[in-house]
Design a binder for this molecule. Sequence first.
Ligand SMILES: NC(=O)c1ccc[n+]([C@@H]2O[C@H](COP(=O)([O-])OP(=O)(O)OC[C@H]3O[C@@H](n4cnc5c(N)ncnc54)[C@H](O)[C@@H]3O)[C@@H](O)[C@H]2O)c1
Length: 187
Amino acid sequence: MKVAVIGGGVIGGGWVARFLLNGHDVTVFDPAPDAEPKLGAVLGNARASLPALYDRPPPAEGALRFAADSVEAVAGADWVQEGAPERLEVKRDLYAQIEPHLGHGTVRASSTSGYKPSHLQALLHRVERLIVTHPFNPVYLVPLVEVVGAGRTPEALKTRAAETLSDIGMHPLVMQAEVDGFEWPHE
Ligand SMILES: NC(=O)c1ccc[n+]([C@@H]2O[C@H](COP(=O)([O-])OP(=O)(O)OC[C@H]3O[C@@H](n4cnc5c(N)ncnc54)[C@H](O)[C@@H]3O)[C@@H](O)[C@H]2O)c1
């Protein structure tokens, strides 16, 4: 599977490690000048610790690539994992940039802690393809992830997402309804 991770900070970096060390090719976009060395440190920790959790040899790592911008990052992606800062205007601008370049079947997964899927779906045209996959830190070690859709999210998308997340060693908790999480800045 081809994965794009947008935002390679605490959570995005953990997602990169989780996907990469489970054999998927990952392209990352993060505008921070020190994004690459920071991600390198996360990957070092993940390589040292993740294999100890399993009684089988890890799969061959996928290929890691850095993209110059978000549009380049999502080209041909089957799964886009958004780990951008928790600010609605940042996520809105980002979705506006990438949305025209995503395939119909591409899963748009946001890591958000505070926004409900319906808030984020309101930013998109193809609303039904967005879900929240809310992980816990560090993503490469802690397997729990909440999978949350909104009213217009097809069950099949949540099921497919849960299967993908299980395949990378996570334990998805598929939520039946969205509820308010942390306080979020209303606009
Ligand atoms: N920190 C946690 O424990 C935690 C847990 C679960 C979910 N989350 C969620 O994960 C998301 C990311 O949080 P974080 O803690 O990793 O934040 P972070 O600040 O560590 O990482 C955000 C990254 O996004 C990059 N960025 C900034 N503008 C960008 C843009 N326009 N496009 C792409 N990347 C951009 C930054 O350079 C930074 O590296 C948030 O939505 C947050 O709510 C965080």
